[in-house]
Design a protein around this ligand. Structure first.
Ligand SMILES: Nc1ncnc2c1ncn2[C@@H]1O[C@H](COP(=O)(O)OP(=O)(O)OP(=O)(O)O)[C@@H](O)[C@H]1O
Length: 275
């Protein structure tokens, strides 16, 4: 099946070969309270089509990192450089609130608790992904273009959710909600997709289904960053892994390079709880 629905202008897979940089994170830091640093001097580049796992023990700073990249949490220091298609650069860590909306459409996020509107139907929930590009009044009145509706239906069909299109979101299973959340994020035409523990509450079958979907999304040139707790999934699906301990990157490389020593440094005694 053609996945051109993921981005109206599909990114050629050759982009992967040229390793096109889409984001540069430089010296990123976050302190919620004075004196306690949750992120400390985080620097890395993100490239088109990568599927990057972020791993580390509970409280390491993984969610804070993704939320800071997306702008839902404000960075305390450092830069998040958006490498735009026209060659220009933009530091999204210093964007005024009114411009943040545009960035969030380029950098979609799937939240741990899905963040669907329970009483709205599935199709409308997906269409709400267009919020950043549609006037507030139009989206409030649920006025979306035929093109948007066709795209939302295409995405739901791709994720086998079309039969539930008119059901209320509150009546879906966890795996179904996650697929709707993915469709909604893709409605924004993001070039980056951030997923905060997208498989945390799913059974093994749905876990694999979601990981396959994330792989297909990255295969289409969208950069995916995903917080995961399963090293097994990281090794099976991801092209790169960033390991965080106490808010600092202590590993950035290929999943095959994850060895016992590294995992012990990352997880300490929690290592026994990994699968
Ligand atoms: N809003 C907040 N105010 C103050 N401290 C916070 C806030 N959010 C997170 N923290 C703290 O920041 C640290 C990192 O939290 P974060 O949620 O980013 O970790 P995580 O690696 O995603 O953990 P988990 O795997 O358990 O989700 C933790 O010590 C947490 O208590």
């Amino acid at each position: 099946m053609s996945l051109a629905i993921l981005r109206p202008v599909p990114v050629e897979s050759s982009l992967r070969a040229v390793n096109k940089k889409v984001l540069s994170v430089v010296g990123l830091g976050k302190a919620y309270n004075a004196g306690s640093r949750v992120l400390d001097d985080i620097s890395f580049d993100l490239h088109a089509g990568e599927l990057v796992a972020v791993i580390g023990r509970s409280g390491a700073g993984k969610s804070t990192l993704l939320h800071t990249l997306n702008g839902t949490i404000t960075a305390s220091e450092g830069q998040i450089i958006n490498q735009r298609d026209d060659g220009s650069q933009q530091n999204v860590a210093a964007l005024p609130a009114r411009k943040m909306r545009q960035w969030r459409s380029e950098c979609g996020m799937i939240f741990q608790d899905f963040c669907l509107v329970p009483r709205l139907d599935v199709l409308t929930n997906v269409l709400l992904g267009r919020l950043s590009q549609t006037s507030t009044l139009k989206s409030f009145c649920k006025i979306f273009s035929d093109e948007d509706r066709a795209r939302a239906i295409g995405l739901l069909e791709w994720l086998n959710m079309l039969p539930q299109a008119l059901q209320r979101a509150e009546n879906l299973s966890g795996g179904q909600m996650q697929r709707v959340a993915i469709c909604r994020a893709l409605m924004q035409n993001p070039k980056i997709l951030l997923a905060d523990e997208p498989v945390a509450s799913l059974d093994p079958k749905n876990t694999r289904r979601i990981m396959e979907v994330l792989r297909q999304i990255s295969d289409n040139g969208i950069s995916v960053m995903v917080n995961l707790h399963s090293v097994e999934l990281v090794k099976e699906y991801c092209t790169r892994v960033i390991g965080i301990a106490s808010g600092r990157i202590i590993f950035d490389g290929h999943p095959a390079q994850l060895n016992e020593n590294l995992l012990h440094t990352l997880y300490g005694e929690e290592i026994t709880q990994l699968n």
